[in-house]
Design a protein. Structure first.
Length: 543
């Protein structure tokens, strides 16, 4: 059992905190990146940095024969760091440790064996003078400190030459990571070797402890570079630092126990804290793992959503192109059928006249459908443009009324238009777009009215400054639930689907968008299934 108290001065407390950081980073990276060589090598390097820090704490706290043991452990832990760092540069950012030739693998450890022999067989350090109030003074074997320094600087130089080579061979994110590791570790090792190796050669020991503090930048810079690969989590690191700090403090108290009772008590406390730490870390890691899975799912969803938007855009462009290509021949067909019906190419026999009327109606349906698709693609792509001008709405309704006469004759329905006796106030409309709205509403009324009538009506609400248009039918009607969703895209009423199976549910959606863009409103009413429906359109008058 050790018979000396631990020195808890400001310097040792700082070194304890540094050891906590090393332990936290080493544990987290080894757990989170299990199976990756760079993580394993980094964890081993962190182990020796922790050992180096602990050795410095006890070296500064001890005296007599014990101080010689701790100073040997101090210098042994230090020689392992540059050796392991060389291996790390061959594993980061990609595993290229196979590039080590067998000759290098054989000869690279030889200096370590030599330095280790010098340390533990008193060929490097003869003794330590701990008398006085300052830092202990190390007495080196004559000239041995230069061999030690040559090894340390030489191996660090090999590691940095490797990083420089990787830097010029890399690009993008990898290049930035290598640069960060190089800068962080280079200046860190310069400070550490200067305070712990260069100054002691000249007999200056009052900054001997500063190397443990400055070298932490080396670990942090490497950890940050690995963080850029998303292998670390801030909450895990915070928990690990807290837990490790508690464990190191209790471990130091355990090692520094001065009586059997204190040794037993501190041992039980240490065991309990270790068990608690394990459970807490496992819980935090489990939570972090779940969050990472959720984050990954969210990222996958974001990518899928972006892909869907891209496909939707392609679909809209295709629909727009196809609609443009279809509209021209359909318009030509409509024109020629009208000319044939009017007798421009000679008298038409009655059987042929009936067939032409059916062709005309089907062609008109196709023209309306193509128009709906074209408007839908424009709305979705944000390319819907309007040309507003003061317009007499009665003229648009009269035009639609006349175009549907052939259709209602075919279905044996009555189509009525209650035209006002005096002209109404003009409204600011895009004639073509608004005509499409009226046509969609009338087309719906005709399709879903098996028998009876369809009535068009327009009136002026002078007090409100609006023009109100309505289409009433004696058709299948709608329930309250159907009314709530009738203006949604691709939405169709259940009652209407039984009467007409060819609808797509686009007409009312487009009508609502166009009316809304006109600053108006559109809605539907019905007393229920089988009791007909009425669609209303209200737009402001032109002032």
């Amino acid at each position: 059992m050790i018979e000396f108290p631990i020195l808890f001065d400001a310097k040792n407390l700082i070194i304890v905190f540094v050891a906590v950081i090393h332990a936290a980073l080493g544990i987290v990276i080894s757990i989170k990146g299990s199976g990756k060589k760079q993580n394993s090598i980094f964890a081993i390097m962190e182990f020796f940095l922790i050992l180096w820090s602990i050795a410095m704490i006890f070296y500064r706290s001890s005296y007599g024969d014990e101080i010689t043991l701790w100073v040997k452990l101090l210098y042994f832990a230090a020689i392992m760091v540059p050796y392991i760092f060389i291996y790390f540069t061959y594993a980061f950012p990609e595993d290229k440790t196979k590039e080590f030739s067998k000759i290098v693998q054989i000869f690279l450890p030889i200096p370590i064996f030599i330095i280790t022999w010098m340390i533990f067989w008193d060929k490097l350090i003869i003794g330590v003078n701990s008398a006085g109030s300052g830092e202990p003074v190390i007495i080196f074997y004559k000239g041995a400190e230069y061999a030690y320094a040559a090894y340390m600087w030489g191996y660090f130089a090999l590691a940095y030459l490797r990083l420089i080579k990787l830097y010029f061979e890399s690009s993008g994110q990898t290049k930035a990571q290598i640069k960060f590791v190089f800068l962080g570790t280079f200046f860190s090792t310069i400070l550490a070797t200067s305070s712990n190796m260069l100054l002691p050669i000249f007999g200056i020991f009052y900054l001997n402890w500063f190397g443990q503090v400055s070298i932490v930048a080396m670990a942090i810079s490497i950890a940050y570079a690995i963080t850029r690969h998303n292998l670390l989590n801030t909450r895990v690191v915070t928990t690990e630092i807290f837990i490790t700090l508690i464990n190191i403090i209790i471990l130091i108290r355990f090692i520094g126990s001065t009586s059997p009772e204190e040794f037993t008590f501190n041992g039980l406390v240490l065991l309990g804290v270790i068990m608690f730490s394990f459970l807490l870390i496992r819980s935090v890691l489990h939570e972090v793992r779940q969050r990472e899975e959720i984050s990954k799912l969210a990222e996958d969803l974001r990518v899928a959503n972006a892909e869907l938007k891209k496909l939707d855009q392609m679909k809209s462009e295709f629909v727009s192109l196809a609609s443009h290509q279809l509209r021209t021949p359909l318009t030509v067909i409509k024109g020629y059928i009208s000319m044939i019906q009017e007798g421009s190419f000679g008298k038409v026999a009655d059987p042929l006249s009936d067939a032409l009327r059916k062709i005309y109606i089907s062609n008109e349906t196709l023209i309306n459908l193509v128009g709906d698709f074209l408007n839908l693609s424009r709305i979705e792509s944000g390319k819907m443009k309007y040309t507003f001008e003061p317009t007499q709405m009665e003229g648009i309704i009269q035009s639609v009324f006349e175009e549907f006469m052939e259709v209602v004759k075919e279905k044996k329905l009555e189509l009525r238009y209650e035209n006002p006796e005096t002209p109404l106030a003009k409204a600011m409309l895009d004639k073509d777009k608004f005509k499409q709205v009226i046509m969609n509403l009338v087309d719906n009324a005709v399709k879903y009215t098996p028998e009876g009538s369809v009535t068009l009506k327009i009136e002026e609400e002078k007090e409100k400054g609006n023009v109100l248009f309505s289409v009433s039918d004696t058709g299948v009607g709608m329930s309250k639930g159907e009314l709530d969703g009738i203006f949604k895209r691709f939405s169709r009423g259940e009652s209407g689907s039984k009467v007409n199976t060819s609808g797509l549910g686009l007409g009312l959606y487009l009508a609502k968008r166009i009316v809304t863009d006109h600053g108006g409103e559109i809605w539907a009413t019905s007393d229920g299934p089988g009791k007909g429906s009425t669609f209303w359109v209200r737009v402001p008058v032109h002032i």
